[in-house]
Ligand binder design. Structure first.
Ligand code: GDP
Ligand code: MG
Length: 176
């Protein structure tokens, strides 16, 4: 067991992306292993933490900041981004508009967070495409190309099934 106060590094991470892409569900899945109780849009947790042991005996404490729905009004304060060294930039693979917004979220991150912030692009709700292939509206390759052009890490995931959620955070933390 790793004690909560026993760690080598403390990293602030932020969750960004349009409203309803699944940020709060991703955080809850990663921190608690379960999904949040609906409705989630109005719950204003500032951040949650998880201490993880990475390779080479390095233990990091991730302090992960979620929004309380301010992204709906593009009203996220600069305090949300301040000193963030990593970000999960989330879109919904069934909603192309949420993927298009990623450009703007990246600019917001680059101008408000640490200059060398590491960004993991996450295509969430992949479970929907597994159920009905026609629900997929953003190609894996399109997103992967965008990520490589922009120097972002990239994964598709599902907060509902839990697929790749832990992987997204751990790849991001390793890169940081
Ligand atoms: P946020 O506004 O980005 O924080 O999004 P929420 O976490 O509140 O989720 C918005 C909606 O998307 C909720 O109705 C969730 O049940 C749904 N949702 C979130 N993640 C997933 C997922 O991986 N798969 C599916 N099918 N639905 C999801
Ligand atoms: Mg939310």
């Amino acid at each position: 067991m790793i004690g909560e106060e026993d760690y080598d590094h403390l990293y602030k991470l932020v969750l960004v992306g349009d409203a309803t892409v699944g940020k709060t569900h991703i955080l809850s899945r990663y921190i608690k292993g379960t999904l949040p109780k609906a409705p989630t849009a109005t719950i204003g947790v500032e951040f949650a933490t998880r201490t993880v042991s990475l390779d080479a005996g390095c233990t990091v404490k991730a302090q992960i900041w979620d929004t309380a729905g301010q992204e709906r009004y593009r009203a996220i304060t600069s305090a949300h981004y301040r000193r963030a060294v990593g970000a999960l930039l989330v879109y919904d693979i069934t909603k192309p508009a949420t993927f298009k917004s990623c450009q703007r979220w990246m600019e917001e991150l680059r101008s408000n967070a640490e200059p060398d912030i590491v960004i993991m692009l996450v295509g969430n709700k992949v479970d929907l495409a597994e159920k009905h292939a026609g629900d997929r509206q953003v190609d894996f390759d399109t997103a992967a190309d965008f990520a490589s052009q922009q120097g972002l890490l990239f994964e598709e995931a599902s907060a509902v099934t839990g697929a790749n959620i832990k992987l997204c955070f751990e790849k991001l933390l390793r890169e940081i």
